[in-house]
Design a protein around this ligand. Sequence first.
Ligand SMILES: Cc1cc2nc3c(=O)[nH]c(=O)nc-3n(C[C@H](O)[C@H](O)[C@H](O)COP(=O)(O)OP(=O)(O)OC[C@H]3O[C@@H](n4cnc5c(N)ncnc54)[C@H](O)[C@@H]3O)c2cc1C
Length: 370
Amino acid sequence: MGSGSVGTVAIAGAGLAGRLLAWRLLRAGVAVTLIDARGRDDRDHAAGVAAAMLAPYAELVVSDAHLFALGEASLALWPRWLAELRGQTGMEVDFHHAGSLVVAHAPDHPGLAHYADLIRYRLPVGKRGEVRDLDASALAALEPELAGRFARGLWLPQEGQVDNAQLLPALEQAIVQGMARVGGQWLQHTVVEAVEAHAVHTAAGASLSADVVVDCRGVRAQWPGVRGVRGEVLTVTCPQVRISRPVRLIHPRYMLYIVPRREGRYIIGATELESQDEGPITVRSMLELASALYSVHPAFGEGRIVRAAASLRPATDDHQPVWAQQHGVWHLNGLYRHGFLVAPALVQQAENTLLPLLGQVAAPALEGAP
Ligand SMILES: Cc1cc2nc3c(=O)[nH]c(=O)nc-3n(C[C@H](O)[C@H](O)[C@H](O)COP(=O)(O)OP(=O)(O)OC[C@H]3O[C@@H](n4cnc5c(N)ncnc54)[C@H](O)[C@@H]3O)c2cc1C
C-alpha cells in the first residue's frame, strides 16, 4: 500500500471499465493494482476498437429506459471527467455533444420511419421531441456535404462522441501518475486465470491479494452468461469529405455509421455478429462496410483504409450492464455496444459502493443519476 492510501483494489482487465475505475479510485486515494493480458498500448480490446459514440437515442433500438438514463447521466459526467483528466495530465480528449444524424436512401425510407417510431416509443414522453424529422434542405443545412444526397433524415441533437484514441492514453498516464502517488502497479502482459474474494491468480501461478477484487475482463470475465458480440470497424482517412458529426445509414441488411475524428479521419462501423471469433476482419465485412460508405458519399472512394479492426463486445443475455458482487468478487461488465455511453455512470456507482467499503467518503451522486 502506498503512502496515504486507505485500502487496496485489484482490477482484472484494463480496457474501458478497468481503466476508468482504476483512475477514479486512485483519485480517491485507493491503491490499485491493474492486471491485463495486453500491453498498455495495445488497442485491440473493445475499448480501442470502438467508435465511442455517445448515442442514448439511437441505442434505444436495442436498449431501454434504464440504459437511456445511464447514458444521459454519463453524457453529463464525461465533460467533467475529461476536464479533470486534462487538469491531471495536460492531455486533451476530444468530446463533442453536437448531435448525430440518421439517413436512408429512398428505398429504405420505411426502415427509417420504423427506426424513428421505435426510438420515440421507447423514450420517456418528455424526450420524444428530441427526435426530429429532417427534409433534404434541413439535412443539408446541418451537414452541407450531404446536400442533394438524401431526401429524409433524423436529427438527434443530444448525442455526442468521445475520441477513444485520445482517451485511453490519457487514462493510462493519469493511472500511472496516481499509482506513483498513492500506490499500486499496472501489470501488463499478465493473464488472469481466476479471481476470488481478496485474491487474483495469474496464469503464471502468481497470486495477488487485495481488500477488494473487481473483474473487468469483459468477455473473458467470470460472469455467468457473458458472451462476445463481434464488431468490425474501418478507420478511413478522407480529407476530401467534411462531415462534422456522426451519421448513421439505415439499410435493410446492415447498419453503417460514420464517426468523424480529427484531421479527416473517420471510424466506419460496425458489424454485429453473434460470434466469439476475435480474428481479423473478413472480406465480406470489409466489402459491406466500404460499399455502404461509398453509397453515402462517392468521394469516400478515394479514402484510405488505415486500420481494419475487430473485437468482441461483452454482452449479457438481457443486454443490461452489470455492477454486482458474486462470491465476494465485484463485477463491472455487460457494457455491450454502449460501453462509452454508460461507463461513467456505472463507474460512479462502483465508486460509491467501494469507497465506503474501503473507509473512504463516496463521491457525491450526480443530480439525476439513476
Ligand atoms: C466494433 C465496436 C464498436 C463499438 N462502438 C461503440 C460506440 O460507438 N459507443 C459505445 O458506447 N460503445 C461502443 N462499443 C462498446 C465498447 O467498446 C465496450 O462496451 C467496452 O469497451 C467494454 O469495456 P470492457 O472494459 O468491459 O471490455 P474491454 O474494453 O474489451 O476490456 C477488457 C480488458 O480485459 C482484458 N482481459 C481479458 N481477458 C483477460 C485475462 N484473462 N487476464 C487479464 N486481462 C484480460 C483485455 O485485454 C482488455 O484490456 C463498441 C465495441 C465494438 C467492438
